[in-house]
Design a protein around this ligand. Sequence first.
Ligand SMILES: [Zn+2]
Length: 383
Amino acid sequence: MKFSSPSQVEALAQMKTHPYQATSFYLNTDKSQHPLKAINAAYKGLLNQARLELEGKELSREARKSLLDDLEKISQFCTNRLNAWKAPGLALFCCSARNIWQELELPHGPRNRLIQDFDFYTRPLSAILEKFKKLCAFLVNRREACWYEIHMAEVRLLDSLASEVPKKVKKGGFEGYESKRIERHIDALLMEHFKKAAQKTFDILKQNHFDWLLVGCDDQFYPQLEPLFHSYVKGKLKGRIKARPGTEASRVLEECLTLEEKLKREEEEALVKKFVAELERGGRAVSGLVDTLRKLNSFEVQHLIITHNFSKPGRVCPDCHGLFANEELCPACKVKTEAVADIVDEAIEVALNRNIPLTQVSSPTRLEHYGSIGAFLKYKPQK
Ligand SMILES: [Zn+2]
């Protein structure tokens, strides 16, 4: 099943597996970035580690059997299905004792992980929902208009409109006054068509809570169309596309996704630029793993910025859950810290739990020069 809506996250969150535990499995299956061999190695590594962790857990015989069965089913699924798997991400949720098994195709590669706990682990799904903008493509020519919704790499026709606007009369067919009169009449009909379309665009944007509007319209008409947009519509307008009414939906989707990628990239670059400027003037910003984790531990982070797929092993305090790059002893609790495979992942989880804005930027940007991680701070750091 394709992952496409918040209701799927809610349904999973509400599934109860008590007294058994649930298994949640996420795999980055983006073959444009990782060869199949690496994807296979990743899932096998996750399964091996989960089996090791299970050995150390105190569980009833039935509860342990259910979790082991989950791992076996995941292993079977990956062996049989990964070869032909097309989506860039895979999520599996299961609880063998409760007969629960759900597979989701994800539109974006998640971080690889396998979690066995009392609830299904859905945070990465919420993160994917947040990542994808909801776009409206409004395509218009002199007779037709149509509106598409583009979300989670899927396209859907929302509405369309057709008006009776005759073609322009050929020069020479009519003379003088009569010809001008007809031309004015056609112009008025055309204006009426654009007005209707602009109003409908407003209604559709309001009803569906779109993030961005993209418009496909010939240059000759655009100066007439744009002033008709309500200020709310103008606020959502992010760019122009080449698609027109009649363009195949798959082409509309492709063009919108390409533009979305470009616009997001520009947003990320602007954010990194602002971050670097703040750092260099010694303002409210911090960079590098050690310092960023320290500020996260002391609740000073306002906005966390990380290069996509940046990952480093680290340590976590079992008492205060402080995160560290390499402290053997927690400086606050004086307790021995525990090793974790990916401390960046832990930092992301903390940010999500505390509702700290988090931006993951695609490399290359100047952020890598500053340790691939940093944060805007609530206060200016003390020197
Ligand atoms: Zn501690």
